[in-house]
Design a protein around this ligand. Structure first.
Ligand SMILES: Nc1ncnc2c1ncn2[C@@H]1O[C@H](COP(=O)(O)OP(=O)(O)OP(=O)(O)O)[C@@H](O)[C@H]1O
Ligand SMILES: [Mg+2]
Length: 331
Protein backbone atom coordinates (compact mmCIF):
# COMPACT_ATOMS: atom_id res chain seq x y z
CA UNK A 1 0.00 0.00 0.00
CA UNK A 2 1.31 3.43 -0.90
CA UNK A 3 2.17 5.53 2.12
CA UNK A 4 1.92 9.30 2.29
CA UNK A 5 5.31 10.84 1.54
CA UNK A 6 5.19 12.93 4.69
CA UNK A 7 5.80 10.16 7.23
CA UNK A 8 9.48 9.74 8.06
CA UNK A 9 9.02 7.07 10.71
CA UNK A 10 5.94 5.08 11.59
CA UNK A 11 6.06 3.20 14.89
CA UNK A 12 3.38 0.75 15.96
CA UNK A 13 3.25 -1.29 19.16
CA UNK A 14 6.95 -0.95 19.86
CA UNK A 15 7.92 -2.67 23.10
CA UNK A 16 10.98 -3.84 24.99
CA UNK A 17 11.38 -5.35 28.41
CA UNK A 18 14.53 -5.89 30.51
CA UNK A 19 13.77 -8.62 33.06
CA UNK A 20 10.72 -7.32 34.91
CA UNK A 21 11.16 -3.75 33.70
CA UNK A 22 8.93 -2.72 30.80
CA UNK A 23 11.36 -0.13 29.45
CA UNK A 24 9.05 0.61 26.49
CA UNK A 25 5.52 -0.68 26.93
CA UNK A 26 4.03 -0.69 23.42
CA UNK A 27 4.10 2.78 21.87
CA UNK A 28 2.61 4.17 18.64
CA UNK A 29 3.56 7.40 16.94
CA UNK A 30 4.64 8.92 13.63
CA UNK A 31 7.50 11.27 12.93
CA UNK A 32 6.61 13.53 10.00
CA UNK A 33 9.11 14.31 7.32
CA UNK A 34 10.75 17.71 7.87
CA UNK A 35 9.83 18.16 11.51
CA UNK A 36 11.84 18.33 14.72
CA UNK A 37 10.28 15.70 16.94
CA UNK A 38 11.08 15.85 20.64
CA UNK A 39 10.95 12.91 23.01
CA UNK A 40 10.64 14.34 26.50
CA UNK A 41 10.64 12.40 29.74
CA UNK A 42 12.34 11.85 33.11
CA UNK A 43 15.17 9.43 33.93
CA UNK A 44 14.40 5.85 33.04
CA UNK A 45 11.29 6.76 31.03
CA UNK A 46 12.44 4.71 28.03
CA UNK A 47 13.87 7.40 25.76
CA UNK A 48 17.21 5.75 25.03
CA UNK A 49 15.62 2.33 24.68
CA UNK A 50 13.22 3.76 22.08
CA UNK A 51 15.93 5.55 20.12
CA UNK A 52 18.09 2.42 20.21
CA UNK A 53 15.27 0.33 18.76
CA UNK A 54 14.58 2.92 16.07
CA UNK A 55 18.22 2.99 15.01
CA UNK A 56 18.89 -0.74 15.09
CA UNK A 57 21.07 -0.65 18.22
CA UNK A 58 18.54 -2.67 20.24
CA UNK A 59 16.10 -5.31 19.12
CA UNK A 60 12.42 -4.71 19.91
CA UNK A 61 10.45 -7.50 21.61
CA UNK A 62 7.50 -6.56 19.42
CA UNK A 63 6.19 -3.82 17.17
CA UNK A 64 6.73 -2.51 13.66
CA UNK A 65 8.96 0.24 12.30
CA UNK A 66 8.61 1.84 8.86
CA UNK A 67 10.98 4.42 7.40
CA UNK A 68 9.79 6.71 4.61
CA UNK A 69 7.07 4.23 3.70
CA UNK A 70 9.07 0.98 3.80
CA UNK A 71 8.92 -1.65 6.51
CA UNK A 72 12.28 -2.21 8.20
CA UNK A 73 11.02 -4.16 11.21
CA UNK A 74 12.90 -7.30 10.25
CA UNK A 75 16.23 -5.49 9.99
CA UNK A 76 16.36 -1.88 11.11
CA UNK A 77 20.08 -1.79 10.36
CA UNK A 78 19.17 -1.81 6.66
CA UNK A 79 17.71 1.67 7.15
CA UNK A 80 20.95 3.01 8.63
CA UNK A 81 21.92 4.72 5.35
CA UNK A 82 18.83 6.92 5.75
CA UNK A 83 19.58 7.91 9.31
CA UNK A 84 22.27 9.63 11.31
CA UNK A 85 22.82 8.58 14.92
CA UNK A 86 24.21 10.68 17.75
CA UNK A 87 24.15 8.50 20.89
CA UNK A 88 24.14 9.89 24.43
CA UNK A 89 27.71 8.75 24.97
CA UNK A 90 30.32 9.34 22.32
CA UNK A 91 30.85 6.58 19.80
CA UNK A 92 33.97 8.08 18.20
CA UNK A 93 37.62 7.02 18.38
CA UNK A 94 39.72 8.81 21.04
CA UNK A 95 43.03 8.10 19.32
CA UNK A 96 41.98 9.61 15.99
CA UNK A 97 41.92 13.37 15.46
CA UNK A 98 38.74 15.26 14.56
CA UNK A 99 39.36 15.09 10.86
CA UNK A 100 40.30 11.41 11.03
CA UNK A 101 37.12 10.54 12.92
CA UNK A 102 34.91 12.22 10.35
CA UNK A 103 36.80 10.76 7.40
CA UNK A 104 36.58 7.30 8.97
CA UNK A 105 32.82 7.63 9.53
CA UNK A 106 32.48 8.76 5.92
CA UNK A 107 34.37 5.66 4.80
CA UNK A 108 32.03 3.45 6.88
CA UNK A 109 29.12 4.92 4.94
CA UNK A 110 30.93 4.15 1.65
CA UNK A 111 31.67 7.75 0.70
CA UNK A 112 34.63 8.05 -1.70
CA UNK A 113 37.88 9.53 -0.41
CA UNK A 114 37.79 12.95 -2.09
CA UNK A 115 34.19 13.55 -1.16
CA UNK A 116 34.59 12.47 2.45
CA UNK A 117 37.71 14.60 2.95
CA UNK A 118 35.89 17.58 1.49
CA UNK A 119 32.84 16.89 3.65
CA UNK A 120 34.94 16.40 6.81
CA UNK A 121 36.65 19.78 6.28
CA UNK A 122 33.33 21.47 5.60
CA UNK A 123 31.70 20.02 8.73
CA UNK A 124 34.66 20.88 10.98
CA UNK A 125 34.26 24.49 9.81
CA UNK A 126 30.50 24.53 10.27
CA UNK A 127 30.82 23.21 13.81
CA UNK A 128 33.60 25.64 14.73
CA UNK A 129 36.12 22.81 15.12
CA UNK A 130 38.47 23.80 12.30
CA UNK A 131 41.28 24.62 14.73
CA UNK A 132 40.88 21.28 16.50
CA UNK A 133 40.84 19.24 13.28
CA UNK A 134 44.27 17.73 13.97
CA UNK A 135 43.88 17.20 17.70
CA UNK A 136 43.01 13.83 19.15
CA UNK A 137 39.32 13.39 19.89
CA UNK A 138 40.19 11.97 23.33
CA UNK A 139 41.48 15.41 24.37
CA UNK A 140 38.39 17.34 23.26
CA UNK A 141 36.10 19.02 25.80
CA UNK A 142 32.63 17.56 26.27
CA UNK A 143 31.04 20.26 24.14
CA UNK A 144 33.56 19.71 21.33
CA UNK A 145 33.02 15.96 21.52
CA UNK A 146 29.28 16.37 21.20
CA UNK A 147 29.68 18.68 18.22
CA UNK A 148 32.00 16.26 16.47
CA UNK A 149 29.58 13.41 17.19
CA UNK A 150 26.83 15.40 15.47
CA UNK A 151 29.10 16.18 12.53
CA UNK A 152 29.86 12.46 12.26
CA UNK A 153 26.14 11.71 12.40
CA UNK A 154 25.40 13.83 9.34
CA UNK A 155 28.47 13.15 7.21
CA UNK A 156 26.42 10.98 4.83
CA UNK A 157 23.58 13.55 4.63
CA UNK A 158 20.93 11.39 6.31
CA UNK A 159 17.25 12.10 5.77
CA UNK A 160 16.61 11.79 9.50
CA UNK A 161 18.96 12.50 12.39
CA UNK A 162 18.50 10.82 15.79
CA UNK A 163 20.05 12.50 18.82
CA UNK A 164 19.93 11.21 22.37
CA UNK A 165 20.12 14.22 24.72
CA UNK A 166 22.33 16.33 22.47
CA UNK A 167 22.88 19.12 25.00
CA UNK A 168 22.98 17.27 28.32
CA UNK A 169 26.14 17.74 30.37
CA UNK A 170 27.85 20.33 28.21
CA UNK A 171 28.57 24.03 28.62
CA UNK A 172 25.90 26.62 27.88
CA UNK A 173 27.67 28.13 24.87
CA UNK A 174 28.13 24.75 23.16
CA UNK A 175 24.54 23.81 23.94
CA UNK A 176 23.29 26.97 22.31
CA UNK A 177 25.51 26.42 19.29
CA UNK A 178 24.20 22.87 18.97
CA UNK A 179 20.59 24.07 19.07
CA UNK A 180 21.37 26.58 16.33
CA UNK A 181 23.06 23.92 14.23
CA UNK A 182 20.12 21.56 14.64
CA UNK A 183 17.69 24.33 13.71
CA UNK A 184 19.71 25.09 10.57
CA UNK A 185 19.98 21.44 9.64
CA UNK A 186 16.25 21.05 9.97
CA UNK A 187 15.63 24.15 7.86
CA UNK A 188 17.70 22.61 5.11
CA UNK A 189 15.36 19.60 5.10
CA UNK A 190 16.65 17.04 7.59
CA UNK A 191 14.07 15.47 9.88
CA UNK A 192 15.25 15.51 13.49
CA UNK A 193 14.29 13.14 16.29
CA UNK A 194 15.76 14.08 19.64
CA UNK A 195 15.33 13.08 23.25
CA UNK A 196 15.67 15.60 26.00
CA UNK A 197 15.19 16.24 29.70
CA UNK A 198 14.98 19.95 29.12
CA UNK A 199 11.53 21.34 28.68
CA UNK A 200 12.93 24.70 27.54
CA UNK A 201 14.90 22.96 24.83
CA UNK A 202 11.88 21.05 23.55
CA UNK A 203 9.92 24.27 23.63
CA UNK A 204 12.50 26.14 21.60
CA UNK A 205 13.40 23.50 19.04
CA UNK A 206 10.60 21.02 18.52
CA UNK A 207 7.61 21.16 16.19
CA UNK A 208 5.95 18.28 18.02
CA UNK A 209 6.62 16.79 21.39
CA UNK A 210 5.96 13.34 22.82
CA UNK A 211 5.81 12.96 26.60
CA UNK A 212 7.06 9.56 27.69
CA UNK A 213 6.68 8.35 31.27
CA UNK A 214 7.44 4.82 32.47
CA UNK A 215 7.58 3.42 28.97
CA UNK A 216 4.28 4.88 27.83
CA UNK A 217 3.50 7.82 25.61
CA UNK A 218 1.13 10.02 27.51
CA UNK A 219 0.74 12.69 24.83
CA UNK A 220 2.04 13.62 21.37
CA UNK A 221 1.19 17.08 20.10
CA UNK A 222 2.35 20.38 18.65
CA UNK A 223 3.44 23.03 21.09
CA UNK A 224 0.45 25.35 20.50
CA UNK A 225 -1.97 22.47 21.02
CA UNK A 226 -0.22 21.38 24.19
CA UNK A 227 -0.28 24.88 25.60
CA UNK A 228 -3.91 25.39 24.62
CA UNK A 229 -4.82 22.88 27.30
CA UNK A 230 -3.69 25.02 30.17
CA UNK A 231 -4.68 28.32 28.62
CA UNK A 232 -7.81 29.80 30.02
CA UNK A 233 -5.98 29.82 33.33
CA UNK A 234 -4.41 32.99 34.60
CA UNK A 235 -1.08 33.04 36.32
CA UNK A 236 0.23 36.13 38.04
CA UNK A 237 3.72 36.23 39.46
CA UNK A 238 4.64 38.57 42.28
CA UNK A 239 8.08 39.52 43.53
CA UNK A 240 7.98 40.12 47.28
CA UNK A 241 10.38 41.73 49.71
CA UNK A 242 10.12 38.66 51.95
CA UNK A 243 9.50 34.94 51.65
CA UNK A 244 5.68 34.51 51.63
CA UNK A 245 5.96 31.03 53.22
CA UNK A 246 4.64 31.98 56.70
CA UNK A 247 1.63 33.75 55.18
CA UNK A 248 0.47 30.99 52.88
CA UNK A 249 -2.31 29.68 55.05
CA UNK A 250 -3.80 33.09 55.70
CA UNK A 251 -3.41 34.00 52.04
CA UNK A 252 -5.30 30.93 50.86
CA UNK A 253 -8.08 31.64 53.34
CA UNK A 254 -8.33 35.28 52.22
CA UNK A 255 -8.53 34.58 48.48
CA UNK A 256 -10.95 31.76 47.81
CA UNK A 257 -10.58 30.09 44.42
CA UNK A 258 -6.99 31.21 43.97
CA UNK A 259 -4.23 28.65 44.10
CA UNK A 260 -0.97 30.05 45.49
CA UNK A 261 2.47 28.65 44.88
CA UNK A 262 5.44 29.93 46.86
CA UNK A 263 8.70 29.80 44.94
CA UNK A 264 12.26 30.41 46.08
CA UNK A 265 13.57 33.96 46.46
CA UNK A 266 10.35 35.66 47.59
CA UNK A 267 8.44 34.80 44.44
CA UNK A 268 4.77 33.93 44.57
CA UNK A 269 2.52 32.63 41.83
CA UNK A 270 -1.24 32.90 41.87
CA UNK A 271 -3.24 30.58 39.61
CA UNK A 272 -6.87 31.40 38.86
CA UNK A 273 -9.57 30.78 36.30
CA UNK A 274 -10.78 34.40 36.54
CA UNK A 275 -8.60 37.44 35.96
CA UNK A 276 -7.17 38.35 39.33
CA UNK A 277 -7.60 41.91 40.69
CA UNK A 278 -4.19 42.92 42.03
CA UNK A 279 -5.29 45.66 44.47
CA UNK A 280 -6.55 43.37 47.25
CA UNK A 281 -3.52 41.12 46.90
CA UNK A 282 -1.08 44.02 47.17
CA UNK A 283 -2.99 45.41 50.17
CA UNK A 284 -2.92 42.00 51.86
CA UNK A 285 0.87 41.98 51.69
CA UNK A 286 1.23 45.64 52.69
CA UNK A 287 -0.92 44.89 55.69
CA UNK A 288 1.58 42.17 56.66
CA UNK A 289 4.59 44.42 56.12
CA UNK A 290 5.64 42.83 52.83
CA UNK A 291 6.33 44.96 49.74
CA UNK A 292 5.21 43.82 46.32
CA UNK A 293 8.07 44.97 44.11
CA UNK A 294 6.85 43.49 40.82
CA UNK A 295 3.77 41.82 39.36
CA UNK A 296 3.51 40.19 35.95
CA UNK A 297 1.25 37.88 34.02
CA UNK A 298 2.77 34.53 33.06
CA UNK A 299 1.84 32.64 29.92
CA UNK A 300 1.48 28.91 30.55
CA UNK A 301 4.71 27.21 29.60
CA UNK A 302 5.37 23.75 28.29
CA UNK A 303 6.54 23.03 31.82
CA UNK A 304 3.06 23.75 33.18
CA UNK A 305 1.66 21.46 30.51
CA UNK A 306 4.10 18.72 31.35
CA UNK A 307 3.29 18.87 35.05
CA UNK A 308 -0.41 18.92 34.29
CA UNK A 309 -0.30 15.96 31.89
CA UNK A 310 2.20 13.71 33.60
CA UNK A 311 1.82 14.71 37.21
CA UNK A 312 5.61 14.82 37.39
CA UNK A 313 7.17 17.98 38.68
CA UNK A 314 9.42 19.36 36.00
CA UNK A 315 12.13 20.31 38.46
CA UNK A 316 12.38 16.66 39.48
CA UNK A 317 13.52 15.84 35.95
CA UNK A 318 16.11 18.56 36.03
CA UNK A 319 17.43 17.59 39.46
CA UNK A 320 17.70 13.94 38.52
CA UNK A 321 19.83 14.89 35.57
CA UNK A 322 22.02 17.28 37.49
CA UNK A 323 22.72 14.61 40.08
CA UNK A 324 24.09 12.62 37.16
CA UNK A 325 22.45 9.31 37.91
CA UNK A 326 24.22 6.57 35.97
CA UNK A 327 22.46 5.47 32.78
CA UNK A 328 20.82 2.12 32.01
CA UNK A 329 21.89 -0.96 33.87
CA UNK A 330 18.66 -1.07 35.85
CA UNK A 331 20.02 1.50 38.31
N1 LIG B 1 20.54 -2.79 29.11
C1 LIG B 1 19.63 -2.70 30.08
N2 LIG B 1 19.50 -3.68 31.00
C2 LIG B 1 18.56 -3.60 31.97
N3 LIG B 1 17.71 -2.57 32.12
C3 LIG B 1 17.80 -1.56 31.25
C4 LIG B 1 18.77 -1.57 30.19
N4 LIG B 1 18.61 -0.41 29.47
C5 LIG B 1 17.62 0.26 30.07
N5 LIG B 1 17.12 -0.42 31.13
C6 LIG B 1 16.02 0.01 32.00
O1 LIG B 1 14.93 0.40 31.17
C7 LIG B 1 14.31 1.58 31.64
C8 LIG B 1 14.37 2.65 30.57
O2 LIG B 1 15.71 3.07 30.41
P1 LIG B 1 16.19 4.12 29.32
O3 LIG B 1 17.67 4.14 29.36
O4 LIG B 1 15.53 3.83 28.03
O5 LIG B 1 15.59 5.46 29.93
P2 LIG B 1 15.87 6.98 29.50
O6 LIG B 1 14.52 7.62 29.35
O7 LIG B 1 16.80 7.05 28.36
O8 LIG B 1 16.55 7.55 30.83
P3 LIG B 1 17.73 8.66 31.01
O9 LIG B 1 17.02 9.97 31.02
O10 LIG B 1 18.30 8.33 32.34
O11 LIG B 1 18.70 8.52 29.89
C9 LIG B 1 15.03 1.93 32.93
O12 LIG B 1 14.32 1.38 34.00
C10 LIG B 1 16.37 1.27 32.77
O13 LIG B 1 16.94 0.99 34.02
MG1 LIG C 1 18.65 7.92 28.09
Amino acid sequence: MARPAHTAVEIRGLAKQFGDVKAVAGIDFDVREGEVFGFLGPNGAGKTTTINMLTGLARPDSGRIRYFGSDYTADVKKAQGLMGIVPDESNLWPELDGFGNLAFCGALYGIGRRERDRRATELLDTFGLGDAANRKFGGYSKGMKRKLAIAAGIIHRPRILFLDEPTTGIDVASARQIRQLLGGLNESGTTVFMTTHYIEEAERLCDRIAFIVEGRLVRVDTLPDLVKDVEGKYIVQLALSRDPGPLMEELTAAFAGVEFEAMPGGTLRAHTVQPLPLGPLVRFFEHHGVDVTEAKAIRPSLEDVFVRITGIAADRMRKEKEQGRPKGGGE
